[in-house]
Design a protein around this ligand. Structure first.
Ligand code: TGC
Ligand code: FAD
Length: 403
């Protein structure tokens, strides 16, 4: 018997695929008709408006802000807020939107998270009526972009160590300091920034045309390249007294808003993972080695099987958090668990997916390494994996171990 006798005859490699392979458990049936409709709108937007450009943006380390009004038209910005031209959608509808956006690129979901869950939510929750009227309808339409400045060069995981300060100048506030790694920074018309005052940490709504406000883009990123990331410089930036919403006081304000965005990431990471899985499933069925599709090898199927497990678990987890959230019953540490688990799962899927593509996997021709690189930022921002592990640890032991 020769070696070739062991090869599987082509005719025996029968391909019987589950019709909804990325939704192995049929989770789609858990969505309401409205949620499915919102999901389908965004699903169409990504291949039409994002995918034709995203590789070029990733290569150029840039994003065309022209996409923002397009997303606004679909109701994808601040969609979970009520009033002020926002859609008032539920948490699961917002979640499936994040999933679909991040299936395109984490940079697009980031843009929507920062705009809707951080900048708009801050104004919606704590802003004066005048600030809400001035900013929210335009931000929902994508006519004005917002950013959220908490992190500083020397204060990321520990925002309580921030140095940016605000002092009184008559009735005005005068801000000095630097914010670092700020998504949408240089394309934003409005920034919600945090500064130390004599009265503790406070939030400020800063229009980017105020004298003393500057934003410089950060370059040389190997991750989240189809996204604008900037440094904000506040150099004697003078703001009217009304720029400080009275209730945006203490770190608990920004930290509680982060729950909004972290929840979206639990869904979004599953979008990146699904895109990786779908790309390599098709590839594995058509790419041949040793006389048969590489998807016919047991080692490849083990990888695909574990991707399906991670995707199914992660989407169920995100869905459960969403329904809890809609009942007002979700706890911050449960959101920490969701962000931690689903970003880890997405990274594992992306890493396995890259190997299935072989050398093709290191190119931009396939979305996998772009997603894998992006997920390194997602692992770090909105609280690092370590910070979320500590949040879960604090919840189960009652002992805070951050300090
Ligand atoms: P600690 O004493 O624990 O807390 C201070 C106050 O905040 C409250 N709090 C929360 N409230 C609601 N939800 C949460 N998740 C909360 N976490 C804390 C807390 O109850 C307390 O309230 P009060 O009333 O007693 O004063 O504060 P700490 O200084 O010891 O720090 C705790 C720690 C480490 C958890 C916190 O500092 C933290 O979360 N660090 C991570 C920072 C972070 O996530 N930064 C994200 C910046 S924005 C961003 O990354 C955007 S990325 C772009 C994109 O989204 O796409
Ligand atoms: P550090 O806090 O210096 O942490 C370094 C390492 O030490 C990490 O592994 C961390 O987990 C670990 N560590 C720190 N403390 C502990 C501890 N107590 N126990 C165990 N380990 C610990 N911020 C904004 O405010 N707005 C934005 O729009 C924004 N966008 C971003 C976009 C991108 C692409 C990136 C990469 C970041 C963005 N960030 C933004 C910043 C982000 O939130 C921070 O990078 C993040 O909070 C971590 O802070 P750091 O980078 O300073 O890391």
């Amino acid at each position: 018997m020769s070696n070739t006798d062991f090869a599987v005859p082509l005719a025996t490699v029968r391909i019987r695929r589950s019709p909804e392979t990325a939704d192995f458990l049929g989770l789609d049936s858990l969505l309401t008709d409205d949620e499915r409709m919102i999901r389908d709108n965004i699903r169409a937007f990504v291949p039409e408006q994002l995918l034709p450009h995203v590789c070029e943006w990733f290569e150029r380390d840039a994003l065309d802000p022209g996409i923002v009004p397009e997303l606004g038209t679909l109701g994808g910005l601040g969609m979970h807020l009520q009033g002020y031209a926002c859609a008032g959608a539920g948490a699961v509808a917002y979640g499936v939107t994040c999933l679909k956006l991040e299936a395109g690129d984490s940079g697009l979901r980031s843009l929507a998270s920062v705009q809707g869950s951080l900048a708009m939510f801050a104004i919606w929750r704590y802003g004066s009526e005048e600030q809400k009227q001035e900013w929210l309808p335009r931000m929902a339409a994508g006519e004005a972009i917002g950013c959220f400045g908490l992190t500083e060069p020397d204060a990321g995981s520990d925002p309580a160590a921030m140095r940016t300060c605000a002092r009184r100048g008559g009735d005005d506030w005068v801000l000095n300091g630097t914010k670092m790694w700020i998504t949408n920074g240089s394309i934003a018309e409005v920034a919600v920034v945090w500064a130390r005052t004599d009265d503790g940490i406070r939030g400020f709504v800063v229009s980017s045309d105020m004298p003393g406000f500057d934003a410089q883009d950060l370059h040389g990123k190997l991750s989240l390249r189809a996204s604008v990331t900037s440094e904000l410089i506040l150099d004697d930036c003078r703001l009217p007294g009304s720029a400080m919403p009275p209730e945006a006081a203490g770190l608990s304000a920004p930290l509680s808003w982060l729950n909004e965005a972290r929840y979206g990431i639990a869904w979004g990471a599953m979008g990146a993972a699904r895109a990786c899985y779908e790309a390599v499933l098709d590839y594995g069925l058509s790419r041949r080695a040793f006389g048969k599709p590489i998807a016919a090898f047991q080692l490849t199927q083990a990888k695909l099987g574990s991707m399906v497990v991670e995707l199914s678990r992660g989407q169920l987890l995100a869905f459960h958090l969403g329904r809890l959230r809609e009942r007002g019953a979700v706890r911050p540490e449960q959101i920490s668990l969701g962000k931690l688990a689903n970003v880890d799962a997405a990274l594992a899927v992306a890493r396995d997916a890259r190997t299935i593509l072989g050398a093709n996997g290191i190119t931009l021709e396939y979305p996998v390494m772009r997603h894998a690189n992006n997920l390194e930022s997602v692992l770090t921002y909105e609280g690092t994996a370590e910070i979320h592990a500590l949040a879960v640890g604090r919840a189960v032991t009652g002992i805070p171990a951050y300090r």
